[in-house]
Design a protein. Structure first.
Length: 362
């Protein structure tokens, strides 16, 4: 069955339908990863977006029950060049087609995704729709559509929940949490409590955490203003580690600014330099907003990492408090594991802070 990808500048691409038999509207973004389509589709950072893969063949190892990054994917659609006709992995439970049907997400194949990617890189990220029939009214309707800005509210948990262990007490603020973050904390025997994005500083500190992690999530960080006073109060008391959207919110809370990128960073091959040492890590990234470097001049934040390709800010550290953040995903699901050491640095920061606090009390 025919399906069309229509962009709000009038560009149209014809392809074949797969997945759910529904229409979709969202922001069209592209991911350059060669694998990891299941992790990407189930990543809440894609909430509200139509996800296009640049790698030419998608679906060849199917979908399994272990690799999802959330219980319910919230991307609006999937665009691929070629959908694999068969899968070849012993872990496969479903085909990508069946998975999208079950989740109510439409897909389109047979698209020249490289050409569409070049168009977005030149024109910038834009609204798009997946429809079974494209008419003159399709573009006009798309252009007047206002996309929702409540992605975090529809991604976060509504109630707190624990992931108990015997180690350090960590509170994770869920702005659109990837399960791989919990797995990394679990490997370090952390006693984790996950709180909703609406959590206040009183609620966070009332759990007596050893550290607080600000998770990844979708959308514009400026659409989550309620998190800023919480971060400002918590960072004065316990170590804080921000990831992706958590990094942007950490910056906003400390007086910096953020901006919308032309087409963002989405893939698993982004090189990042640690400024102090010159160390290069290849990283997993998924974001359409970044921290404005110039806005950091009059803040207490120090730039610790930068993206090699475009010099965007990839890491920050507070000059006074035990708090830091990175724009990329050290949990690496999917993607390189180069930056997993940051979770260990968070653990070390917690231990040093606990020791110093104990010494001051004595």
């Amino acid at each position: 069955m025919k399906r069309y990808l229509v962009l709000d500048d009038g560009q149209q691409y014809a392809g074949e339908a797969f997945g759910a038999d529904v229409a979709a509207v969202g922001e069209l973004v592209f991911n350059t990863g060669m694998s990891g389509y299941q992790e990407s589709i189930s990543d809440q950072s894609y909430n509200g977006e139509i996800l296009m893969f640049t790698y030419p063949l998608i679906g060849n190892y199917g979908i399994n029950r272990d690799d999802s990054e959330s219980i319910k994917p919230t991307c609006k659609g999937v665009v691929v060049h070629e959908l694999a006709r068969r899968t070849g992995n012993w872990r496969t439970d479903l085909s990508l087609d069946d998975y999208l049907k079950n989740e109510g997400i439409p897909g389109i194949s047979g698209i020249d995704t490289r050409a569409v990617t070049k168009h977005i890189r030149e024109k910038g990220t834009m609204k798009a729709t997946l429809v079974d029939q494209a008419t003159a009214e399709t573009v006009a309707k798309l252009q007047t559509t206002i996309l929702p800005i409540n992605q975090v509210a529809t991604s976060t948990t509504q109630t707190p929940y624990p992931s108990p262990a015997m180690g350090r007490r960590i509170v994770v603020i869920d702005f659109g949490l990837k399960h791989s973050i919990l797995r990394e904390l679990g490997q370090r025997q952390c006693n984790v409590t996950v709180l909703p994005a609406t959590a206040t500083a009183t609620e966070v500190l009332g759990l007596f955490p050893d550290g607080v992690l600000l998770s990844n999530g979708p959308g514009d960080p400026k659409d989550v203003p309620a998190a800023l006073p919480m971060i400002r109060e918590v960072e004065r008391v316990v170590p804080v580690f921000g990831i992706c959207l958590g990094h942007q919110l950490f910056a906003l809370a400390n007086g910096a600014d953020t901006f919308k990128m032309k087409f963002g960073h989405r893939g698993f091959n982004h090189p990042v330099r640690e400024i102090a040492t010159g160390r290069i890590d290849f990283t997993s990234q998924n974001h359409g907003y970044a921290v404005d470097r110039e806005s950091l001049n009059n803040t207490d934040l120090l730039v610790t990492h930068e993206e090699i390709n475009d010099q965007t800010v990839e890491g920050l550290r507070h000059r006074q408090y035990p708090a830091f953040s990175v724009q990329y995903h050290p949990d690496a699901a999917p993607g390189p594991h180069d930056a997993a050491h940051l979770f260990d640095e968070f653990m070390d920061l917690i231990d040093v802070h606990k020791s110093a606090t104990k010494g001051a009390l004595n």
